[in-house]
Design a protein around this ligand. Structure first.
Ligand SMILES: Cc1ncc(COP(=O)(O)O)c(C=O)c1O
Length: 511
């Protein structure tokens, strides 16, 4: 039923009280009990400062920094700060490191791809038209653990995505990537670190090969770009590699800013300017957009600027040190829980947990059952599905933990909760999908055909992932246990699983 206030309006106090009620149903954004999505510095003063800065700049429009020069000033400072943090300050090779503030990681990744594609087209006009007339596209080469934003970029910007399989431990070999590089490659991407595994890709070797071959090389450091610069014992993954042509780093992650702010840096002005869109051929104001959006909020930019100015590099160093201590401690805890192990070799503020497949199945702990059990006990970590790779190997399903400065206070509770949750599900197999698949078939749904919205909703009901009652989602309550749905999605063809998850999310927001 439609909220009556949408027809008649309401007084401010009632509106705010309604919002407070809605917010009460959200997962906690502070305190560290949600180990994904939110990045809590644990410093209340920083949150207050960010709110005040955001409010001060709320009415501005980032569309035009000549009308609102404060926007250009804040952007200059953020780019300068990141250039120094990513060791781009002392670079002479290929021109000055320059860049832009974007609305988030996905936008930074999309722009990195679009920029490289446009440069490639300009540098390879004959090959570009040859490929186009054969109905083919230039390539985007990525490891299997690269963020989904690059799959999105390939679809949006017409690139052929070449996904390089990783080893079962989530690491990718430089050799496997390098052998895919040829003159049709518009961009190769490596991550520092990769979100799913937390490991840093072999940036130096790939960037060197890319430089030799004249291929653009992007380092996706959206996740760790404001932690790795101060993390102990990292390899050289930033602009110190002359072959690295762009880097993305999110201020709304380990920059502790509210959502809506990231930085994309390029080697050289020529590359950076390819990111822009400019148009005089329409009868409105001359449009010059450095990023994908037109009108832009200045609030997240202002909040990030205030935080960076308050903390300085020294502040980030001390917050990162806390994350590093917590990562080491959580890693030890995981290794001490029978049936669990850390996936691969994470370097940075995240860890992924998998079942210890060196033990018999009766002693293993399924990571998705672990996530559901921990959620029951008040700590939310994140399900990550397993993935079948093109070489026939499989990356395991896992549980992701983002480690922030507030995690340190929570370490004892986290360890106790993880142990108790693991004890509760040890030896239990992953939820079976047989019943849901059989029911799907009986009702005439084919598991290899992409379902319509109503068929997808019915399948979700069969799988126990949607309310049984008829009608629309109406802000449908989500299942408390996600492991069965994750198992089903993994068992179905990707396009079908994706349609189910699309339906689930669409119904949550449907009235
Ligand atoms: C490595 C990496 N790249 C890109 C992104 C996308 O960032 P956003 O969610 O801000 O769009 C993420 C998000 O987690 C990430 O971890």
């Amino acid at each position: 039923m439609m909220n009556q206030a949408l027809t008649h309006g309401s007084d401010s106090a009632t509106v705010l009280s309604r919002l407070q009620q809605l917010r009460a149903g959200d997962a906690p954004t502070h305190g560290g009990r949600v180990l994904s999505y939110v990045y809590d510095s644990g410093i209340q003063e920083l949150d207050r400062l960010a709110s005040e800065a955001a409010e001060l700049c709320r009415p501005l429009n980032g569309l035009d920094p000549t009308t609102f020069p404060s926007i250009a000033a804040m952007e200059r400072d953020l780019v300068a700060f990141m250039r120094r943090a990513l060791n781009g300050d002392t670079q002479r090779f290929g021109g000055k490191i320059v860049g832009s503030v974007t609305s988030g990681g996905t936008e930074s990744c999309l722009l990195a791809v679009k920029t490289a594609r446009d440069l490639w087209r300009e540098d390879h006009p004959a090959r570009a038209s040859e490929l186009a007339s054969a109905g083919r596209y230039p390539k985007l080469v990525v490891p299997a653990t690269v963020h989904a934003a690059f799959h999105k970029a390939a679809r949006l910007f017409d690139l052929e995505l070449v996904v390089v399989p990783c080893d079962p431990d989530g690491s990718v070999r430089a050799r496997s990537i390098i052998k895919r590089l040829d003159e049709d490659v518009a961009l190769v991407v490596v991550s520092a670190p990769a979100y799913p595994s937390g490991s840093i890709d072999p940036v130096a070797a790939v960037a060197q090969a890319a430089l030799t071959l004249g291929v653009s090389c992007h380092v996706d450091s959206c996740f760790g770009g404001l932690a790795l610069p101060w993390w102990p014992g990292t390899p050289v993954w930033d602009f110190r590699n002359p072959g690295v042509t762009s880097i993305s780093a999110d201020l709304h992650k380990f920059g502790y800013a509210p959502k809506g702010v990231s930085v994309l840096l390029h080697r050289g002005r020529v590359r950076h300017r390819k990111q822009f869109f400019a148009l005089t051929q329409w009868p409105g104001y001359p449009v010059v957009n450095p990023t994908l959006l037109g009108s832009r909020s200045a609030s997240p930019l202002a909040a990030a600027w205030a935080i960076v100015n308050r903390l300085g590099a020294a502040g980030f160093q001390s917050l990162t040190a806390s994350c590093a201590r917590s990562a080491a401690s959580i890693s030890k805890t995981v290794q001490s829980v029978p049936g669990l192990r850390v996936w691969g070799n994470p370097i940075g503020p995240s860890i992924a947990i998998i079942a210890d497949d060196r033990l018999p199945e009766t002693q293993q702990v399924d990571p998705h059952l672990l996530v559901d059990e921990m959620a029951k006990r008040g700590i939310r970590i994140q399900h990550q599905p397993g993935v079948a790779q093109s070489d026939g190997t499989r990356l395991p399903h896992s549980a992701h933990l983002t480690i922030t400065p507030v995690t340190e206070k929570l370490l004892p509770e986290l360890a106790t909760t993880m142990r108790a949750a693991a004890d509760a599900v040890r030896g239990r197999p992953r939820p079976s999908v047989g019943v849901a698949l059989a029911a799907m078939r009986m009702l005439g749904y084919h598991e290899d055909r992409v379902p319509s919205p109503s068929a997808a909703w019915n399948i979700l009901r069969l799988a126990g992932a949607a309310p049984k009652r008829a009608g629309s989602g109406a802000g449908a309550p989500l299942p408390t246990r996600m492991a069965p749905l994750m198992a089903l999605v993994e068992a179905l063809p990707a396009s079908v699983g994706e349609a189910l998850l699309t339906e689930l999310l669409a119904r949550v927001a449907e009235e």
